[in-house]
Ligand binder design. Structure first.
Ligand code: TYD
Ligand code: MG
Length: 450
């Protein structure tokens, strides 16, 4: 029997309480409690006991991987899709989630695999239009327009497709839960039932989740622990380049990145993205430097730009895109303290090319020198690349996989690299590349500008 009383569920952290509070007692978020009906009555049923098996009889591998039709996406997935796995694809609305998954299903269908795309958000006609744009014309690709998860799951169980897309988890609802679609209880229930269906029928299941305006609330974050793999679509929709990053992967390495480009015929993968984020040809300008970054296991050369100017305001501005504000503030403090470069009355803008997020500390040195370059109004040659983490006392710390970064820089035509002095005194030798080790931020400024 379902209990009639309702509960109040925090939409931010999912905790429940019998009473309404203005502020969640658990996560302290204001105004996040919403009244929801208690769950259905089918939860109490015990399933029949199963026998455990000796660990030696458990298969140790996932025999076959299913290709997605995008080799770059397969790489991010750890070598393709694992049968019965549940993959969450999160991202901002409009970034290209539906497009990508329709293309994946279309490519699977083209090789004779039966696949099902459940659209809960858009009409059949809208999906049809997109299918035409991306050239998805195979009878093995089935489209179902449905918002009731139970009904979609029944169809999926009957058809037993190799892959299933649920677009989106926020637009589907389960009749067992009283609350509105998109609430945290609904979203979690849909995900939990999708996981059960995927495991029982060995269906690769893709859950599409919009990152909501408020951030994590009832968005993909709330589901990350329930699924096998979590991918996020990155990049902003004003750029054609898009990145798909693995944030969690039970079947492969996390933090791998696939590069895609949005075209008039859907998404196209970029197999050699290393040079895409380099500065365009022409004369170098002050404030622009090239960073030897690393994305997942792949080196990537990226232009970082800074603009530093006298502020017209009492409080100078710090605007950062593509890196973290706190990181830039730390770099400014180190420049002030250790290199006597003062920015207290200057506006500082930092921008990473192409909508890329450079989150690794190895980008510190590049960010610092782009700022110094702009302040001094002196250029850094386009053939010079940098990497290094900056410590609080202005020391330059080693970065992982230096040799890989240097080789990539050489391959893309760079000639000189400023790198952290190695602790053990051994620099990688890369023929054709002039490698200048630095111990402090001041050393690097000396080499480039003084
Ligand atoms: P969409 O996949 O609907 O995004 P999401 O499902 O993440 O909300 O597509 C987003 C954008 O891509 C949309 O603005 C239209 C554009 N687009 C193209 O530029 N080319 C195409 O071939 C398609 C299908 C979409
Ligand atoms: Mg969509």
């Amino acid at each position: 029997m379902a209990r009639p009383s309702n509960v109040f569920v925090c939409q931010a952290c999912g905790s429940t309480s019998p009473k309404w509070f203005g502020r969640c007692p658990d996560c302290r978020t204001w105004g996040s409690l919403i009244e929801e009906k208690r769950g259905g009555d089918d939860r109490g049923q015990a399933s029949p006991p199963r026998s455990p098996v000796p660990v030696t009889d458990v298969p140790a591998d996932f025999a076959e991987r299913i290709p997605s039709g995008f080799s770059e996406l397969d790489r991010v997935l750890g070598g393709g899709m694992v049968p019965g796995s549940v993959i969450l694809l999160g991202g901002d609305p409009g970034i290209g989630k539906s497009t990508l998954l329709l293309q994946v299903l279309a490519r699977m269908a083209a090789s004779g695999t039966r696949v099902l795309y459940v659209t809960a958000e858009e009409s059949l006609r809208q999906v049809g239009l997109r299918a035409e744009r991306v050239n998805a014309g195979s009878p093995e690709l089935l489209i179902l327009s449905e918002t009731d998860f139970g009904s979609a799951a029944a169809t999926a169980a009957e058809i037993s497709p190799t892959a299933l897309v649920l677009d989106s988890v926020q637009a589907l609802f389960s009749q067992d839960i009283g609350s509105a679609p998109g609430t945290i209880s609904q979203v979690r229930e849909i995900a939990a039932r999708a996981v059960t269906l995927a495991k029982e029928r060995e269906i690769v299941t893709w859950l599409v989740g919009h990152v909501t305006k408020e951030g994590a609330i009832a968005g993909p974050k709330a589901l990350e622990h329930m699924v096998d793999t979590v991918l996020y679509f990155e990049g902003d929709s004003s750029h054609a380049y898009r990145m798909v990053r693995s944030v969690k992967n039970r079947f492969g390495a996390a933090n791998e990145l696939a590069f895609l480009e949005m075209t008039g015929q859907g998404l196209v993968q970029l197999e050699d993205p290393a040079g895409l984020f380099l500065p365009t040809a022409g004369r170098p300008s002050p404030g622009s430097v090239v960073v030897m970054g690393l994305e997942g296991s792949r080196p990537l050369l990226v232009e970082v730009q800074a603009l530093v100017a006298q502020t017209p305001f009492p409080n100078p501005r710090r605007t950062v895109s593509g890196s973290e504000l706190s990181r830039v503030l730390l770099i400014l403090a180190v420049l002030d303290k250790r290199a006597r470069i003062r920015t207290g009355s200057l506006d500082v803008f930092v921008n990473v090319a192409g909508g890329l997020q450079l989150t690794e500390p190895a980008a510190d040195l590049g960010i610092a020198l782009s700022i110094v370059s702009s302040i001094m109004d002196k250029t850094v040659p386009r053939t010079t690349a940098l990497c290094g983490e900056i410590g609080l006392s202005g020391e330059i710390r080693p970065v992982p996989r230096l040799e890989g970064r240097l080789k990539e820089a050489l391959r893309l035509g760079l000639k000189r690299a400023i790198v952290p002095a190695p602790g053990n005194g051994k620099l990688p030798a890369v023929a054709g590349m002039e490698i200048l080790p630095v111990e402090t931020i001041e050393d690097a400024i000396q080499i480039l500008f003084r």
